[in-house]
Design a protein around this ligand. Structure first.
Ligand code: PMP
Length: 307
């Protein structure tokens, strides 16, 4: 991965090499940080870089920080302005990924949340595809379970919780799969390592509700809106059992990194005829047009970076 040239660090944009923390930093030792991950999409015809739903990302980011008893003077609007300044400094003319991080910055020993200094950084890197087989992914059910909201709040993007995702992802990749589906303690389908999950059964789009220890994904919300508004498909949030996945008509997973990834095999079983389904294909096309600012109906979801 190419490293950034700049970082927003301690309240200003500095060369990336200066954005460093010590090894005793609380967040590094105890996972007491929260992060966001958003994308910028380059539109070569318009020579414009579009941020996708930055206010929603920063709202969730500040809420994740709040769960960790952090408070910042920033608003979603002010963080979007900082991000735009940062991206202009980098002068990107390609797709990028933006990583805001809020972390417990004290260099001390002691596990707790309160009474610690909080800091906030933002960096961006060039970024293309995250799942290489995004039209025909093969996923497996992980032997690991999803963390419960009463263990580490699953609806926050809390750094420490991503050790769970890392166990899930490495076991899947090292066993030859592209991604994994993770079950809750009760055995219902929760989500992937860093993506939400959807099935189509009998013409209905079904996804686990936000009480199944999922992250409240922005591409999840986007996909639900597009299915309803553009495709006229009913959308239902309800618990999903493992074997419904094996028998569904279409399966896809969503996330900022994964975008809309078509899953065509689960544990060596083909989903329907083993090809990407028509709803998934339509949603992917709509999504790509919207994120690159080509769909005027959804201009409020994209923020241009350049004047
Ligand atoms: N679940 C988890 C655990 C994630 O890390 C992500 C990626 N942020 C998602 C779901 C998808 O969320 P979003 O669509 O907001 O990127």
């Amino acid at each position: 991965m190419e490293l950034p040239n700049y970082a927003y660090f301690r309240g200003q944009i500095v060369p990336y090499a200066e954005a460093k923390v010590g090894v005793l930093t609380h967040a590094l030792n105890y996972g007491t940080a929260a992060f966001a991950g958003m994308r910028g999409y380059w539109n070569p015809d318009q020579e414009q870089l579009y941020l996708f739903r930055p206010l929603d990302h920063f709202r969730r980011f500040l809420n994740s920080a709040k769960l960790l008893m952090m408070a910042f003077d920033h608003t979603p609007q002010s963080l979007t302005r900082v991000t735009i300044d940062l991206l202009r400094s980098e002068n990107y003319r390609r797709d990028v990924y933006i990583r805001p991080l809020a972390y417990k910055a004290d260099e001390i020993i002691g596990v707790k949340l309160h009474g610690l200094r909080d800091e906030l950084s933002i960096v961006s890197v060039p970024f293309d595809r995250y799942v290489s087989n995004d039209t025909n992914a093969h996923v497996t059910f992980s032997a690991w379970r999803r963390i419960d909201d009463n263990m580490i709040p699953a609806r926050g993007k809390i750094s420490g919780a991503y050790a769970n995702s890392a166990f899930v992802k490495s076991d899947a990749l090292l066993s030859g799969f592209d991604e994994a589906l993770v079950l809750t303690q009760e055995g219902h389908v929760s989500e992937g390592s860093a993506m939400n999950v959807f099935i189509i059964r009998d013409g209905v789009l079904v996804t686990p509700p936000i009480t199944e220890n999922i992250l409240e994904g922005i591409i999840r919300h986007t996909s639900m809106e597009l299915a309803k508004r553009e495709l006229g498909i009913p959308v239902v949030e309800r618990p999903i059992d493992r074997t419904e996945i094996y028998l569904c008509d279409e399966l896809f997973m969503t996330g900022t990194a994964a975008q809309i990834t078509a899953v065509t095999r689960v544990d060596h079983r083909p989903i329907a005829d083993g090809q990407m389904g028509p709803v998934t294909a339509r949603l992917r096309q709509l999504f790509d047009d919207i994120v690159r600012g080509r769909n005027t109906e959804y201009q409020d979801w994209v923020t241009p970076v350049y004047p």
